[in-house]
Design a binder for this molecule. Structure first.
Ligand code: MF3
Ligand code: CO
Length: 260
């Protein structure tokens, strides 16, 4: 069941997404060698609570953190831990914030210090593919158009698309219908309608597309242990336009010329 949002509800989504975006920027300040992912998680949790929000991931199906942490080969749903970031790592930080009953969901993959050029290119392409997906998200188009735009863009550059994990509708719940895959055929899937709010989130691998879930029941990593990148925005379709409700602008302010 796809819940279409009223203009008022979309304004509430916008507020939640703004807090989500500012939370990501708070975390960005701590992405550097020597910092544990626990530290980054606690910075986010405190910032969210101080601003009247709720970290939606915390306790969701038993998830132990406020943020999902994706170091190198981790695709999604990694736990914050005592792992210390080191030069050359990449780390995806995926955060969902609820404010006044609505959720914002976003993810950014950060380089930690100097990162191998091949891996930088993977990140750049994944981020660009997110915007290709957003550009294909138009009233009257279909979910498969978003999926196909992402898949075509990254596969042409030699990367692979994770298939088991998808984007999703979002609103009062962090996961709503429809599913938004990152691969598929144009002209297939649900029609995109006014009032839809979607989390679009390509997860793209340097090596093979295959993933596995670790024994903790959550952490997804690539089977070949090659790196994976992940970027995510929450968007709304309204008044015949698509608005990106989350923003990387605050992250850019923090990173300056380290922003990719
Ligand atoms: N953005 C992630 C997703 O859409 C958030 C997961 S929170 C978790 O799957 F608690 F499920 F890990
Ligand atoms: Co999501």
């Amino acid at each position: 069941m796809i819940y279409l949002k009223t203009p008022e509800e979309i304004e509430q989504m916008r507020a939640a997404c703004d807090l989500t975006s500012r939370t990501l920027a708070e975390m960005a300040k701590w992405v550097m060698p020597g910092v544990t992912t626990h530290k980054i998680d606690s910075v986010a949790k405190e910032f969210i609570l101080d601003n009247g929000g709720r970290p939606s991931c915390l306790g969701y199906g038993g998830f132990p953190g406020a943020v999902c942490v994706e170091v190198n080969e981790v695709v999604v749903h990694g736990f914050p831990s005592s792992y210390t970031l080191k030069e050359g790592d990449i780390v995806g930080l995926d955060v969902v914030v609820e404010l006044n009953g609505f959720n914002g969901d976003m993810c950014y993959t950060f380089p930690v210090g100097e990162v191998d050029e091949k891996v930088m290119q993977l990140m750049l392409t994944t981020k660009e593919s997110l915007y290709k997906g957003i550009a294909a998200c138009r009233e009257g188009s279909r979910i498969g158009d978003i999926a196909n735009a992402i898949q075509t863009y990254v596969e042409r550059k030699g990367y692979t698309v994770v298939r088991e994990m998808c984007g999703h509708g979002i609103g009062r719940k962090m996961h709503e219908d429809p599913e938004v895959p990152n691969y598929g055929r144009r002209g297939t899937g649900p029609v995109i309608k006014n009032g839809m709010c979607l989390a679009i989130e390509p997860m793209i691998n340097l090596g093979s597309r295959n993933i596995m879930v670790e024994r903790d029941g959550w952490t997804c990593r690539t089977k070949d242990r090659k790196p994976s990148a992940h970027y995510e925005h929450t968007v709304a379709v309204h008044g015949g336009e698509t608005s990106v409700l989350t923003t990387f602008d605050y992250v850019q302010e923090v990173l300056g010329d380290r922003f990719i």
